[in-house]
Design a protein around this ligand. Structure first.
Ligand code: GLU
Length: 421
């Protein structure tokens, strides 16, 4: 998982070009969508626990807002840099367009290894970053959410800092400035598991379409954070067997099955999967070569490449992560006949339930879990069917089909609205 990174933004541009050419996207609209709209880079000082001062760099890239306010997560990771954030912001535009939710695309983050800081320091870093972003975010303008290494607690600090900078009479009507908040602070029930739940809903649909029995299926998961652990846990009731897991600490396997709930409890206590007693440690290559039905990459970008894709021995790759497969990796998967549920469809459950949270905040409502799950199911399955049918119509791979669904939607809106002035 530590391999040198190709530019993920280049990957996005290659994926985009392939779909745009195939669907004959209007060349002017191609020009517009090939570029991001705004790129905010902030450098800000924070006092550490020992009294010393450190400078940090944070980003917010806003790719497009023709369908609605900019929307997307914030990640805290040492690999965060402008090209990566551009790619992630662009994927958010496609994701919202495919899911048919009224949001645009954005992404941001801080170039930081959060493990090196105390909770108090992380709180000050988060608050100072929020302050530095100022009115570049806002409840009807650009709405952050959790991503890699950020969570509901971090969203609560962003919320509190943002509200503290507003006139008192505007505070209560601005809590939808972030989603993925703790439930008590205005978050939605079901947002925590939403991305993993969406991954599992798409896998269920794929299984129905392919007469594939999830009850006897095996799967393995890369990344055991929010997305990976929820996807693993939510597949368990189907009777599918989790046989290997990898995270930053290494990989583990057990052909008899790893209990996803027990592993989640272990990770809650120990932070990583290493040392989990009911599995064997294996190396990265052995992990990738796991013979199974389904692989769920749920960590970082560029994991399935020309070098690693030949090692995969699965029927389906369900992309919980953003950008886990690069264009060379995609070619290999196609040659090997491995099906792919692409990231911008597969992991859209997170932003879909973020939309539900945003709506609940605006209407001062609290929906129950049945309502959230039912609405998520409907949205993501509709999106799944649009992508599946478009792949057939254009006789192309599912990633390209997912792009075509998104681009066709954006093209209509641009044509209706025209270009100012
Ligand atoms: N970070 C998540 C994603 O990549 C969720 C974004 C959101 O809810 O706005 O889709």
């Amino acid at each position: 998982m530590e391999k040198e990174k190709r530019s993920v933004y280049k990957n996005v541009q290659m994926q985009f070009k392939k779909a745009a050419d195939l669907m004959k996207l209007d060349p002017d609209i191609q020009k517009i969508l090939s570029s991001t709209q705004n790129e905010i880079v902030v450098h800000f000082p924070v006092i550490m626990d020992d009294g010393s001062l450190e400078m940090f760099t944070g980003y917010r890239v806003q790719h497009n807002n023709v369908l609605g306010p900019y929307k997307g997560g914030l990640r805290f990771h040492p690999a965060v840099e402008i090209e990566e954030v551009r790619a992630l912001a662009t994927w958010m535009t496609w994701k919202s367009a495919i899911a048919n939710i009224p949001f645009g695309g954005a992404k941001g983050g801080i170039h930081i290894d959060p493990d090196k800081y105390t909770t108090d320091e992380l709180q000050r870093i988060t608050r100072r970053f929020t302050f530095a972003l100022g009115n570049n975010i806002g409840p009807e303008y650009d709405i952050p959410a959790p991503d890699v290494n950020t969570n509901a607690q971090i969203m609560a600090w962003i919320l509190d800092t943002y509200l503290a900078t507003m006139p008192p009479q505007d505070r209560q009507r601005s809590i939808h400035v972030v989603t993925g908040k703790p439930i008590e602070a205005g978050g939605s029930i079901g947002r925590g598991k939403a991305t993993g739940q969406g991954v599992v809903f798409t896998i269920e649909e794929w299984s129905k379409d392919n007469d594939f029995d999830l009850g006897s299926a095996t799967y393995f998961v890369q990344g055991f954070g929010n997305v990976g652990s929820w996807a693993a846990r939510l597949l368990k009731p189907h009777g599918s067997k989790l046989i290997a897991v990898e995270d930053i600490s290494g990989a583990i396997a057990n052909p008899e099955g790893i209990d996803a709930d027990e592993l989640t409890e272990y990770v809650e206590k120990n932070r990583v999967i290493a040392g989990y007693p009911k599995a064997e440690a294996i190396d990265h290559e052995t992990f990738l070569k796991t013979k199974a039905d389904i692989f769920i990459p749920s960590a970082l970008e560029n994991q399935i490449t020309a070098e690693t894709a030949p090692m995969l021995d699965v029927k389906l790759v369900a992309e919980g992560a953003n950008g886990p497969t690069d264009p060379d990796g995609d070619k290999v998967l196609q040659e090997k006949g491995i099906a792919v549920i692409p990231d911008i469809l597969c992991n859209a459950g997170g932003v879909i339930v973020s939309y539900f949270e945003w709506l609940q905040n605006k209407r001062s409502e609290y929906w129950d879990i049945e309502e959230v799950d039912e609405k998520l199911y409907k949205k993501i399955v509709d999106a799944y069917k649009r992508v599946r049918d478009t792949a057939k119509e254009f006789d192309t791979d599912w990633r390209t089909a997912a792009y075509i669904v998104a681009l066709a939607h954006l093209e209509v809106v641009y044509k209706e609205r025209g270009i100012f002035p």
